[in-house]
Ligand binder design. Structure first.
Ligand code: GLA
Length: 705
């Protein structure tokens, strides 16, 4: 068996810092951006492979992810294996200087396995068993599936342990994309075990689940089920726990694959591709990140007015999930996808701009799905680096140009995104909790509210970090925590200490309402944050879909209002309702503490257009100002990466028009050449300026005007 002769000498745990895809142990090439794609050579005849590597070199490709959906090719029957083709592909790539992020190939079980063991198929909450025939049709908790999958992982790891092309392991693919919620009997058993370890006793579970409501008392563990289709609203804490459990169950599966890989190839770093994007919420990624050696993310842009804001928001969140370390953009698209209702092509400049926004937020690798556009199969209308039209195409030319841009940006690799002075808190538990059934409003969208706040920061030209509730907030001058609904006492204490320490907090409607068991903090809303905010709310005032309310500062609110009473003399009313049921009452409040901090509350949805008017003064009050020249704020997104000696200022034109910087200092690493001391950023263009660390490219006076 090739490549495995050194395995026994390698069973030594390597520190995580040494397991990095940019610096495989045997590699002395200079560090540079990784660039590439998912590569699926099994879809093509051998003759195409040579052409593939030739074009990869032309495009500046340095890495490809291989074998992601190859299980049926690698193991065509239970006792038959075929690695010859993969050996050949890896050798070919290596001979051409292209590294491999090798998949464990477990994402899509082959038909022989589902025929032999239909009990690995997932079951929906209505009791239907999903069939084979697409992908990811496996139960995260199936012991049978795990046995077969880990056997494949072990075989792959042993075979390719010493292949010089392999610089990283790619566990499965987008874990949970299609199978996060499984309601099978396997899941029921695992759910009970999970509950036993969370609660210890049935008494504790009955208390947490408030089972005295609707006669749900459990006398035996075996009586507990996943929240399958029921006659009415399922127990809300059971629903929340099932979400926590489902994320943990897949995390446990991830660890199982990882442990096999670490045992056999301790020096090869392990990753799996997260989906920090859009409404993908099933997997609590901040809680998964520690399990792998480096964070990878897949991102697909969603058309609409906040397309680019959402992309930037996801990249900023990925940066914080990665703990501030460089991360890997494992997939995005060169142009259209195939799975949206209408799949629009990217416009000129978007391929590069989308990629560079991820880089600005700390990605040190830029990869696409996929290398060559499939000629057949469900994704044949999904764009790729080599489109159906072939290399003589705008897409391929843009791909090759991006390869050159990334090369020009080589000095940026390894630098880290500089922390902002403001943070936006993003909380998976609140996301899960507020979008269940039986809420004051079914119209509330957690991520949309958070994204609207992020858009407001962008509109004001103020850099912001997107952090989770476990982040250390003390370094931030301003923290926004919209719809922070689930607030355990410990979190309430930390927010209180943050404000008492001089920090400035802003939160919104439906925050502070419940604890970790989804029990209401009694005595009036916003529950755990009531005293800190200096307000008390007796009843929520959600609005029907077609109703809006006017505020006396000229803004319009939708979705929600609150009946606010002030309870602290330090509270100022920043805006009042002018009409609707709360007319005359406070709509936006701010409590100033003697210690210097403040706590603001926004009781209605102001949206991405209204929020800047409220956020701007709150930021000024916290001393947080834009670092951009006045004239370009809102049109340009600013992100800064730094290393020991330099700062790299990423200026991203968010508009379809050129943006003019009257005066800039610094060396342009990539982007338009400076002219007359200034710089014109073309429509959708990106410039990366290098300055000494601590310096600004904008001459004195522009930034704070
Ligand atoms: C996901 C998957 C890929 C492919 C793309 C298409 O990201 O990981 O295999 O299906 O979506 O957008």
């Amino acid at each position: 068996m090739p490549y495995s002769h050194l395995v026994s000498e390698r069973i030594i745990m390597t520190p995580a810092s040494e397991r990095h895809w940019l610096r495989p142990p045997s590699d002395d090439r200079p560090t540079r951006f990784a660039y590439g794609a998912d590569y699926n050579p099994e879809q093509w005849p051998r003759e195409v492979w040579k052409e593939d590597v030739r074009l990869m070199r032309e495009a500046g490709v340095t890495i490809v992810s291989v074998a992601i959906f190859s299980w049926a090719r690698l193991q065509p029957a239970e006792d038959r294996w075929d690695f010859a083709w993969l050996d050949e592909v890896l050798d070919l790539l290596h001979d051409n200087g292209i590294a491999v992020d090798l998949a464990t190939a477990t994402a899509s079980p082959p038909p022989w396995l589902t025929t032999l063991h239909p009990e690995i198929l997932p079951v929906t909450h209505t009791g239907e068993t999903l069939s084979q025939g697409a992908r990811q049709h496996w139960r995260p908790t199936s012991p049978v599936f795990r046995t077969y999958a880990l056997r494949l992982v072990e075989t792959m790891a042993t075979r390719y342990a010493d292949h010089p092309a392999v610089v990283a392991w790619h566990i499965s693919n987008e874990l949970g994309c299609h199978n996060i919620y499984d309601y099978s009997d396997d899941a029921a058993r695992a759910f009970r075990d999970w509950l036993r370890s969370r609660y210890g006793t049935l008494d504790e579970l009955n208390r947490a689940w408030a089972t005295s409501f609707w006669s749900q008392y459990y006398g035996e563990w075996d009586q507990i089920q996943p929240p399958r289709l029921a006659a009415s609203h399922a127990n809300p804490t059971q629903q929340l726990d099932f979400k926590r459990f489902s994320s943990d169950a897949l995390k446990d599966y991830l660890r199982a694959e990882r442990d096999v890989l670490r045992r056999i190839t301790p020096r090869i770093p392990v990753t799996t591709n997260f989906m920090v994007m859009g409404e993908t919420r099933g997997m609590n990624y901040p809680d998964w990140a520690e399990e792998i050696d480096f964070v990878s993310n897949d991102h697909y842009a969603h058309p609409g007015p906040q397309r680019l804001d959402e992309l930037s928001f996801s990249a900023a969140l990925t940066h914080s999930i990665a703990g501030g370390r460089p991360w890997f953009l494992m997939e995005h698209s060169t142009s259209a996808v195939n799975w949206q209702p209408v799949n629009v092509a990217k416009r000129e400049g978007e391929l590069a701009r989308d990629s560079l926004v991820h880089v600005a937020h700390g990605a040190d690798a830029v990869c696409f799905f996929q290398w060559r556009q499939s000629a057949a199969g469900a994704e044949k209308h999904h764009s790729a680096m080599v489109p159906h039209a072939g290399p003589d195409s705008e897409v391929f030319r843009a791909v090759a140009a991006l390869g050159r841009t990334l090369e020009a940006l080589t000095p940026v690799t390894g630098s880290v995104r500089e922390p902002a002075r403001a943070a936006l808190v993003y909380d998976w538990e609140s996301w899960w909790a507020v979008e269940r059934d039986s809420q004051p409003s079914s119209l509330l969208r957690y991520r949309q509210e958070a994204l609207d706040w992020y858009s407001a920061f962008l509109a004001l030209g103020v850099r912001v970090d997107v952090v989770t509730t476990t982040a250390d907030l003390t370094g931030y001058d301003f923290v926004a925590a919209p719809v922070l609904h689930v607030v355990p006492q410990a979190l309430a204490g930390r927010l209180d200490a943050y404000v008492r320490g001089g920090g400035h907090l802003a939160t919104t409607y439906y925050s502070g309402v419940v604890d970790e068991n989804d029990h209401v903090h009694l005595g009036g809303y916003p529950g755990a944050l009531r005293d800190l905010l200096g307000i008390r709310i007796e009843e929520f005032g959600p609005l029907q879909e077609d109703v809006d309310v006017r505020l006396d500062n000229g803004l319009t609110g939708t979705l929600w209002t609150d009946r606010i009473d002030l309870t602290d003399s330090g509270v100022t009313v920043l805006a009042r309702y002018e009409d609707g049921d709360q007319a005359g009452r406070p709509a936006v409040t701010r409590r100033a503490l003697e210690e210097g901090g403040s706590a603001a509350y926004v009781s209605t949805r102001l949206g991405s257009h209204g929020l800047p008017d409220v956020l701007g003064p709150l930021l000024s009050g916290a001393g947080v100002l834009s670092e951009l020249p006045v004239g370009v704020r809102g049109q340009v997104e600013l992100t800064v990466r730094t290393d020991d000696s330099h700062a790299y200022w990423f200026l991203v034109n968010r508009t379809d028009e050129p943006v003019v910087f009257e005066a800039v200092d610094g060396e342009v690493l990539s982007g338009p050449s400076p002219a007359g001391g200034g710089l014109v950023l073309p429509s959708r263009g990106v410039a990366v300026l290098r300055v000494a660390s601590g310096a600004t490219p904008f001459p004195h006076g522009q930034a704070t005007a």
